[in-house]
Design a protein around this ligand. Structure first.
Ligand code: B4P
Length: 192
């Protein structure tokens, strides 16, 4: 199963993807995590990305498509993957489709996790206290939300037009949201 997870910053994409790995047995690919790891390692790309992330902007498409192409070329994605944080604009969505067509592995499902703005702001404020992520400050979060509405929201229609999109309510307990996602994917929901 090749799944694209969509949703605003703080909607729970990373949280749900981590749980889905256990239930679906396919890898989680988070572009945010890949970028943060590169920054931590102090690579040239990572340091360049960090200054962009810290402003709440999107890292350039060429960097992201190279990164994702390298990751999708690895053996562990043979049975599928959960993509979290990519694509984040229409150019990335088109580039992903081209890449996956070449690999003969088109996206099967796109899931949009819907959470209202008040909740998003509360969750990120909580994470800011706990983890101190440098892009979780109030000013940067405001910019990330703006970027999301301007650049990422059109990706929702892109998948809807292809008949691949499902909406899932992201409110409530993490496990409840997971069950909603598994139900959309028609995966056996019996807890293990
Ligand atoms: P991401 O790492 O994708 O950051 P995010 O949008 O905040 O999502 P994340 O997965 O971390 O949070 P989640 O919703 O799970 O991106 C960071 C930056 O990297 C971007 O701003 C951009 O600069 C750059 N970037 C990444 N991909 C890119 C791309 N493709 N192109 C260009 N640039 C790119 O969770 C948020 C919080 O909510 C957590 O603390 C969690 O515990 C909590 N939470 C989750 N579910 C909950 C629930 N049901 N109830 C209560 N709390 C919940």
């Amino acid at each position: 199963m090749r799944i694209v997870l969509l949703g605003a910053p703080g909607s729970g994409k990373g949280t749900q993807a981590a749980l889905m790995v256990e239930r679906l047995g396919i890898p989680h690919i988070s572009t945010g995590a890949l970028l943060r790891n590169a920054a931590k390692r102090g690579t040239e790309l990572g340091l360049k990305a960090k200054s962009i992330i810290d402003r709440g902007e999107l890292v350039p498409d060429e960097i992201m498509s190279d990164m994702i192409e390298e990751r999708l070329g690895r053996e562990d994605v043979a049975d599928g993957f959960i993509l979290d944080g990519y694509p984040r604009n229409l150019a990335q969505a088109k580039s992903l489709d081209t890449m996956l067509e070449r690999l003969n592995q088109p996206t099967n499902e796109a899931i949009q996790i819907d959470v209202d703005l008040d909740q998003l702001v509360k969750r990120i404020a909580r994470r800011a206290k706990k983890e101190g992520r440098s892009d979780d400050t109030e000013e940067v979060v405001r910019n990330r939300m703006r970027v999301y509405h301007e650049q990422t929201a059109p990706v929702i229609d892109y998948y809807a037009d292809r008949g691949l999109l499902s909406h899932v309510l992201g409110d409530g307990e993490v496990e409840e949201v997971l069950e909603r996602i598994l139900s959309v994917l028609s995966v056996n929901q019996t807890s293990t």
